[in-house]
Each structure stands twice: as structure tokens, then as C-alpha cells.
Design a protein. Structure first.
Length: 99
């Protein structure tokens, strides 16, 4: 993978997974949570520019998504919608947004 391509590929995958038409699966959610965890552990430069309320909202979304994943019985309907909302909150600020 070319240098600098990883954020673009991750952004595409995030966009796909957050689309209501996409059939969200457990592996996708785990991948997204792992991606966010790695960015946090690596102290990604984007994090230093985020205001504390955004970081807290992201953390809350991350935790809620993880809890839904633990308790999840099915992958559709209101559970999937709630999971997408949590994943969106968790991902905010981690990927460069196109201008």
C-alpha cells in the first residue's frame, strides 16, 4: 500500500459501513473499533487538534459501540441503526474530511 493511501482506504470503508444500505456485520464493527483504538494508541496527530468535547464524544461513541457489539443479538433494524450512530460518533475527527 502506498504511503498516504491508508487514511483514504479507511475513509472509504468507514463511509460504506456507515451507510444505512450497507449490511453491517460484526467483522466490520470490530475492524472499525480496532482502527480507532490503533489511532489512539499511536497518538495520531489529528487527535492533538481536536477539542476535548469532540474527544469525549468520540470516546462515548466507541464505548457504546463496543457494548452494543457485546450484547448484539441481530445485525439489523434499530440495533444496527444505533450501532451506526455510535460508530459515527466514535469516528468523528479520526479521518480527514474532504473539503
Amino acid at each position: 500500500m502506498a504511503l498516504g493511501q491508508e487514511p483514504h482506504l479507511a475513509r472509504n470503508r468507514f463511509d460504506r459501513m456507515l451507510s444505512p444500505e450497507y449490511p453491517l456485520c460484526r467483522e466490520d464493527v470490530v475492524w472499525m473499533l480496532e482502527y480507532i483504538k490503533k489511532k489512539m494508541a499511536d497518538e495520531a496527530p489529528v487527535l492533538s487538534s481536536l477539542p476535548q468535547p469532540v474527544l469525549l464524544k468520540s470516546f462515548q461513541g466507541y464505548v457504546e459501540a463496543a457494548m452494543i457489539l457485546i450484547k448484539q443479538r441481530g445485525g439489523s433494524g434499530p440495533e444496527a441503526d444505533r450501532l451506526r450512530v455510535c460508530l459515527q460518533a466514535a469516528a468523528d475527527g479520526f479521518l480527514a474530511r474532504p473539503n
